[in-house]
Design a protein around this ligand. Structure first.
Ligand code: ADP
Ligand code: MG
Length: 326
């Protein structure tokens, strides 16, 4: 199908109720009206076929996730999302695939009142890039560099579910529905991030595993962190399928959960609990900022624990099993 017909399809479905979109899809560029006095917060993320999702992943899931990982970055900044653009590289311009993609993408966009205001459509290997734009009050965006010694370290939701689904897929096991949901339908924690603006001292979204991502916060802030492994949330979800060190590694180092990991001065722990209650998201205290550098994870006996393999693995490393759907 021709590029223009695909764009027409996208344009027809990219409806939104935002009056700050002066001009959306259809001209050479979009015209957008930011609210006076607010800072613009911009993030971009790409999903490549076979790298960020297994070949053959349902189009709607790719669509949901492409926007979710971007909104998660805005959540981690404490920003309010507003607009997005979408670059689609498609091997064969299949309108049915694009329609499915839009089902997932626009469902999540509607949940957060995000307008799709433009993009680009090209032929090439399947790849999806999204840019999101949002707003933050000047001085209140959540950055990575504000953590201090003595701060409490918190995380939202549960950890390890997405990596658990991926592990089951890699091992050729049946994927449990609850874990699959975590991998395919991550929920960007926008409301929580906004509630934490002005409260948290630092924040990051957990895309590469909490050990690695909290490590980024520590490096940017010039502090260390002590992580209590047994406090990590989500073990109940994993325990029917994993145990021992494998379970621990999923929780500490598994990627793709898109939860928020944040630090607050210990005097504000009660405010965090209130923010969580107000936004309907569970939060768990998992550690403390300490002098030094890097994250040290401790088990319940007070022993330092290290993952056999650090950080996040893409679908391409190691080579995926013969291409098969998730
Ligand atoms: P140009 O050649 O001027 O870059 P295009 O033909 O690429 O214009 O795009 C025409 C219009 O359609 C533009 O407004 C562009 O933002 C929009 N558009 C193209 N591809 C997409 C897409 N994948 N998603 C949303 N809008 C798109
Ligand atoms: Mg173009």
């Amino acid at each position: 199908m021709a590029e223009f017909t695909l764009i027409d399809l996208i344009r027809a479905r990219a409806t939104h109720g935002r009056d700050d979109v002066v001009l959306g899809i259809g001209d050479d560029a979009a015209l957008l009206q930011p609210p006076p006095g607010m800072q613009l917060v911009v993030a971009m993320d790409t999903l490549n076929d076979g790298v960020h999702f297994p070949p053959g992943t349902e189009a709607a899931q790719v669509g949901w996730k492409a926007l979710a990982v971007n909104l998660s970055d805005l959540a981690a900044m404490g920003a309010e999302p507003a607009w997005c653009t979408l670059s689609l590289s498609l091997p064969d311009g299949d309108p049915a695939w694009v329609a499915g993609f839009l089902d997932g993408f626009l469902a999540l966009a509607a949940l957060h009142r995000v307008a799709l205001v433009g993009g680009d459509t090209t032929r090439g290997p399947l790849s999806v890039s999204v840019t999101v734009h949002g707003f933050a009050d000047p001085g209140r965006a959540l950055c990575r560099d504000g953590a201090r010694v003595g701060d409490s370290v918190w995380v939202s939701g549960t950890l390890g579910g997405a990596a658990g689904a991926l592990a089951q897929w890699r091992e050729g096991r049946a994927i449990s529905p609850a874990l699959r949901e975590r991998l395919e339908r991550p929920l960007p924690r926008i409301a929580l991030g906004r509630a934490l603006a002005g409260v948290a001292s630092a924040c990051i979204d957990v895309s590469d595993g909490v050990l690695a991502d909290l490590g980024h916060v520590c490096a940017a802030s010039g502090v260390g962190a002590r992580l209590e492994l047994d406090a990590l949330p989500g073990a109940d979800l994993l325990r029917p399928h994993f145990d021992g060190d494998a379970l621990r590694a999923l929780q500490a180092s598994g990627g793709d959960d898109y939860e928020l990991c944040f630090t607050v001065p210990a005097t504000k722990d009660a405010t965090v609990a209130a923010a969580a209650a107000a936004t309907g998201v569970t939060v768990t205290r998992i550690g403390t900022g300490v002098a030094g550098q890097g994250v040290q994870a401790f088990d319940s006996e007070g022993r330092i624990w290290q993952p056999a393999q650090a950080g996040h693995e893409h679908f391409s490393t190691p080579a995926p099993p013969a291409a098969r759907p998730l």
